[in-house]
Design a protein around this ligand. Structure first.
Ligand SMILES: [Ca+2]
Length: 337
């Protein structure tokens, strides 16, 4: 906790300096695109450690949370057509090049820690700035499931966003942080390389049966192919990455990411491109026991040829092989609930 406070204090002291000496600089910070093209590959400086009293830190956290709440009134609306691909119609000038992570938390676990201090823990949309990005990204923070602190990286629940997209969309992200979303491989890479992260996959079928799969370690590799690294399954949904299965063709840890226009799977054809039962970008092998970015299929869509939808093979149930909701989210493995 002390280390967390020091980190948050460091972040907020820099913000305080900005507020005092450059409040006008905040005008452009209201909204940012999910896309990381402009920040991709750039590093960031860490703020200097402050020499703060706890009281000062708490006051600064309070100010920060007030700012976050104000920002939420300006969030993306998934029902606005212009926001479907994650872009916004906002016309404010681009954010100033402050290039200080100190103005933002690095993930939702830090926000949970700050909210806990003020008994204001709640789920919602925030902007975070993982190490390696120079512009903040908008994410949904799940602060209730399994102790909270989760940064959502994939979320589907109503089929409002089309997930049948080319590789570059998967690379830079699409959707909206308060709706259905794919956060983007580049953002996932930056996020999950800050610490050792845990992955929580929450799934729900059309009978409202909810199950989960939790992995003690999870990371997305760098831009060469965004390899999946995952281990330590526990949960109720079964291991959709097939980490302990004898079915090696479904073993997904270590696999590169493929999409309909980029084939990096181990199959002679293309799992994402020409398999009738599979669609959507994923870390395919040959091919998979899971594909959470598949087409959004409702029970009424079911035919003998409808194939897989949001697919997690070991989930089972009446509506196998497709699900109603999926949510993938990460938090540091050393997070204390
Ligand atoms: Ca192939």
């Amino acid at each position: 906790m002390l280390r967390g406070l020091q980190r948050i204090g460091a972040a907020l002291c820099v913000k305080a300096v900005v507020e005092v000496f450059g409040s006008a600089l905040w005008k452009g910070c209201g909204r940012e695109s999910l896309r990381a093209r402009e920040t991709y590959g750039q590093g960031n400086e860490n703020p200097e450690q402050p020499d703060s009293e706890d009281g000062q830190i708490f006051d600064l956290i309070k100010k920060f949370l007030s700012r976050e709440i104000e920002d939420q009134t300006d969030n993306d609306n998934p029902e606005e057509p212009g926001n479907v691909d994650g872009e916004t119609a906002h016309t404010d000038p681009a954010p100033p090049a402050l290039s200080k992570r100190g103005n933002y938390f690095s993930d939702c676990s830090e926000i949970h820690t700050a909210q806990t201090l003020y008994h204001t823990v709640s789920s919602g949309v925030h902007k975070i700035l993982p190490v390696g990005l120079t512009s903040p990204i908008s994410v949904y923070c799940d602060q209730t499931t399994d102790g909270g602190g989760w940064t959502v990286i994939q979320r589907r629940f109503d089929g409002s966003i089309d997930f049948n997209r080319p590789y570059d969309d998967y690379r830079y992200g699409f959707g909206s942080s308060n709706g259905e979303q794919w956060l983007g491989l580049e953002n996932m890479y930056r996020l999950t390389n800050q610490h050792t992260y845990t992955l929580y996959v929450q799934l729900e079928d059309w009978n409202s049966v909810v199950k989960y799969a939790k992995y003690s370690s999870f990371s997305v590799g760098s831009s060469s192919n965004y390899r999946l690294s995952v281990g330590g399954y526990s949960g109720t949904a079964g291991d959709g990455f097939y980490l302990s299965s004898s079915s090696l063709k479904y073993y997904l840890s270590g696999q590169a990411f493929s999409a309909r226009d980029v084939d990096r799977d181990a199959y002679s054809g293309s799992c994402a491109g020409d398999q009738r039962n599979i669609a959507g970008g994923w870390w395919y092998n040959s091919c998979c026991g899971s594909a959470l970015n598949g087409p959004y299929l409702r029970p009424s869509d079911r035919t003998s040829h409808s194939g897989n939808g949001i697919y997690w093979a070991p989930f089972g149930g009446s509506y196998w092989p497709y699900l109603k909701k999926s949510k993938m989210m990460v938090r540091p493995a050393n997070f204390k609930t």
